[in-house]
Ligand binder design. Structure first.
Ligand SMILES: Cc1cc2nc3c(=O)[nH]c(=O)nc-3n(C[C@H](O)[C@H](O)[C@H](O)COP(=O)(O)OP(=O)(O)OC[C@H]3O[C@@H](n4cnc5c(N)ncnc54)[C@H](O)[C@@H]3O)c2cc1C
Length: 387
């Protein structure tokens, strides 16, 4: 494995660091205090677009366009989340909708939906909606129905917890053409903002990560042109929508895991600074906790890098991606608990960064496949059972 960052990535990380320190951390703390997401017309988002951020990784043309590679994505995700993971998700860009478009979309669909994100004229968002009130971990249970009607599909259903959905130009919505077909019935549709029948947007109340909106919404008799079905109708028994979700998760799990590493690093730095200020570093149990945080976070980072490195080589990374996703959020959560214990009363008062991270970090174990689900996947693979 090659650990070298390279000049381009090092430079990008330095930019993220400056942006994180000056803008993202303060904005994340403010959103947490106010208890509401950063609004889409916030000047910070305009500034980012002017700085050339908020763009797609897709470079155009026929390529799947994983610009910068998975290793770079993982390193940047960690650094952004070190400063504020909620703000990192709130940033303009195609978001979680990008991966299914890259893995499933036709060249024309990529051009149409990712093209405007190549050099955006204004902050733009994309979103992805898989989860439903009755279907989280068990994605095969989704009930949003897609019925063919002439040159279109009619979608009916409800989605929940979709990041940035109400401000998105489009949402990649996973639906089923026939629930009795299970995963084979799944399809992914790009539903554009303003489509009749797309509505009832409601920003969910969250314990942490308040800087970005997690939104529920409904689709009622929502007519979507057939050309918005990602990849078109599957041929030769392909599992269009579901395969896309799996592929996108494999590409994004190491990034989600590395976000947890970034958040854990922030806990470590804050706890260390607090312990130093308060003269606690003479206590062996405090030193031991801090050292354990650092050691386990480093191990978690290596798992993320390995999963990303395999992805860059286009080698199967199912187990490695699940390992990183199962391990890193647990390590970060454990760090947050230890940090709260080191801070003691100062943490319990509810105005410290460690306390905010303690509330923010649990979601990392939930999103993109919970820790339990990752462990089930790995255990089945270990003993040779089908996925
Ligand atoms: C902050 C946040 C952001 C999110 N963003 C998005 C988004 O942008 N788009 C989107 O589509 N979704 C999003 N989600 C939804 C997320 O993907 C789901 O919450 C997740 O898949 C878990 O589903 P669930 O909450 O319904 O829990 P459930 O699936 O109901 O699980 C509840 C508990 O049971 C456990 N469990 C479930 N099945 C098993 C099993 N077979 N064996 C053992 N244990 C099991 C789970 O691990 C979990 O601990 C987001 C969620 C959160 C919290």
């Amino acid at each position: 494995m090659d650990f070298a960052e390279g000049d381009a990535l090092r430079e990008r990380l330095l930019r993220v660091r400056a942006l994180g320190r000056e803008r993202m951390r303060p904005l994340g703390l403010e959103a947490d205090r106010l208890g509401r997401p950063v609004p889409p017309d916030h000047p910070f988002f305009q500034d980012l677009v002017r700085l050339g951020l908020g763009r797609t990784r897709w470079s155009g043309g026929e390529g799947s366009g994983e610009g910068g590679g998975a290793r770079a994505v993982v390193a940047q995700a960690e650094e952004m989340s070190y400063w504020d993971r909620g703000v990192a998700v709130a940033l303009p860009g195609p978001g979680l909708g990008e991966a299914p478009l890259l893995s499933l979309g036709t060249p024309a669909q990529r051009e149409r939906f990712l093209g405007p994100f190549r050099e955006p004229d204004r902050p733009r968002w994309g979103a992805m909606a898989m989860t439903e009130p009755g279907a989280g971990s068990d994605v095969a249970a989704i009930r949003t129905l897609a019925r063919r009607k002439g040159d279109a599909f009619v979608l009916d259903g409800a989605k929940s917890f979709a990041a940035n959905a109400s401000r998105a130009d489009w949402i990649v919505v996973f639906a089923t053409i026939d629930p009795s077909l299970g995963r084979d019935g799944h399809r992914a549709f790009v539903v554009e903002r303003g489509t009749a029948g797309l509505g009832d947007f409601h920003v969910e109340h969250k314990m942490g990560l308040k800087a970005y909106e997690s939104t529920s919404f409904t689709l009622r008799d929502c007519v979507v042109p057939a050309e918005n079905l990602l990849g078109g109708e599957p041929r030769n028994g392909e599992r269009s929508g579901f395969k896309g979700a799996l592929q996108s998760f494999n590409a994004t799990r190491p990034a989600i895991a590395s976000m947890a590493v970034g958040m854990g690093r922030a806990v470590l730095d804050e706890s260390l600074a607090f312990a130093r200020e308060q003269g606690l570093l003479g206590l062996p149990r405090v030193r031991d906790r801090l050292e354990r945080m650092r050691r386990r976070l480093r191990a978690a980072r290596l798992l993320c890098w390995r999963a990303a490195w395999l992805a860059d080589l286009r080698r199967a990374n199912l187990v490695e991606a699940s390992m990183a996703k199962a391990f890193a959020p647990q390590v970060a959560l454990e760090a947050a608990v230890a940090g709260m214990e080191i801070l003691g009363e100062a943490g319990a008062r509810g105005d410290s960064l460690v306390e905010k991270l303690f509330r923010d970090v649990k979601a990392m174990d939930i999103v993109e496949g919970t820790g339990q689900i990752q462990r089930i996947v790995m255990a089945r693979r270990l003993v040779g059972l089908p996925q």
